[in-house]
Design a binder for this molecule. Structure first.
Ligand SMILES: NC(=O)c1ccc[n+]([C@@H]2O[C@H](COP(=O)([O-])OP(=O)(O)OC[C@H]3O[C@@H](n4cnc5c(N)ncnc54)[C@H](O)[C@@H]3O)[C@@H](O)[C@H]2O)c1
Length: 321
């Protein structure tokens, strides 16, 4: 019988790539998503789709009775600014919603491996020079990162105290086809759409701020590796946490220039005042994912940006046809 996976947030940007990857590997895929930011068109036709909210008893029943081999938990409120404006909303979905699912895994009595989509970009703060290793002190700047870190503590607790099989993947700035402008790497989607509109690319600050951009298909590969590999023993917070990025710092200026060159568009770059609370530098040390998960990124920034730009161009062409 095929292995089974429940992908929460599978109608979203990264979750739909995760679903695609498991389907390609011959797994039976169920998607749970409330379509709050996801799109029905992202859901692969071979997946079973359940529309629902992770905070509800119905979602808990799906997890409890489904006895899935793997739970890839991506459903979340992903807007960092919204988490600042409304931390209660953020915590309700990102902390309580996850606890609802974890209690259901516990109640199922089944050895479901839970893979949580955490963040590297919003966890380590700005106190040490990058690349950040998993064991670095955590100082999230916003309720969004605080919620991700809180969930990681809960996962470690469920592992230690209840023997549940849990993993946290801490992503860098994920970009690629189907991405939404509101996520952590939203700038790539925004720049692509600006180029297609023939409008200027707006860079906040001097554009030297850096991020670790990782392609969505590679992040899906990391989820698959985390689902199928032997993992280290459960223990402290970081024991089963893995940074998923490239380890490369890319400035916003380089990102804008690479996209302009790849697209052949001549849009100018506008500079606007720096935004408060933005990190100056960020990149992730991914040695642990290479060693333990046997995972490494395969798509270069240039190729990934090209594929992303072409996706948005094709979506436009389809919409106007
Ligand atoms: N995009 C990034 O760069 C990045 C970086 C680090 C971590 N992450 C994490 O990866 C995950 C996926 O992010 P994304 O960028 O694909 O965002 P996304 O908004 O495209 O995907 C989130 C999905 O979850 C669904 N959802 C939200 N709340 C829900 C709820 N209460 N019940 C059911 N479904 C719900 C949405 O409809 C959407 O389809 C999130 O957990 C996010 O925090 C993303």
């Amino acid at each position: 019988m095929a292995n089974t996976v429940l992908v929460t947030g599978g109608a979203g940007f990264i979750g739909s790539h995760v679903a695609d990857r498991f389907l390609a590997e011959g797994w039976q895929v169920t998607i749970l998503d409330d379509l709050s930011s996801g799109r029905e068109e992202n859901i692969p036709s071979a997946a079973r789709f359940v529309r629902g909210d992770i905070t509800t008893p119905e979602a808990a029943a799906l997890v409890r009775d489904g006895k899935f081999d793997v739970l890839c938990h991506l459903a979340a409120q992903i807007d960092v600014r919204r988490s600042v404006l409304d931390p209660v909303y953020d915590a309700t979905r990102n902390i309580l919603g996850t606890l609802n699912l974890m209690e259901a895994v516990k109640a199922s009595g089944h050895a479901t491996r839970t893979i949580f989509s955490s963040t590297g970009g919003a966890l380590y703060g700005d106190f040490d020079p990058p690349p950040s290793a998993e064991t670095l002190a955590k100082d999230p700047e916003a309720p969004y990162g605080i919620a991700k870190l809180s969930v990681e503590y809960y996962l470690a607790y469920y592992g230690r105290v209840h023997g549940l099989d849990t993993v946290a993947l801490r992503y860098g700035n994920v970009y690629g086809p189907r991405q939404d402008p509101h996520g952590e790497a939203g700038v790539v989607a925004i720049f692509c759409n600006r180029l297609l509109d023939g409008r200027a690319l707006t860079v906040f600050g001097d554009g030297t701020q850096t991020r670790d951009y990782v392609y969505a298909g590679d992040v899906a590969g990391a989820n698959f590796a985390a689902a199928t590999r032997a993992l280290p023993p459960r223990g402290r917070l970081d024991a089963r946490a893995f940074n998923i990025g490239t380890g490369i710092e890319t400035s916003v200026n380089t990102l804008a220039e690479t996209l302009r060159q790849g697209s052949g568009a001549t849009a100018p770059i506008d500079y606007a005042p720096a935004r408060a609370g933005e990190l100056a530098r960020s990149a992730l040390n991914t040695a642990k994912a290479r060693e333990v998960l046997g995972w490494q990124p395969t798509v270069s920034l240039q190729d990934g940006l090209q594929r992303t730009y072409e996706f948005f161009a094709a979506r436009r062409a389809k919409a106007s046809a």
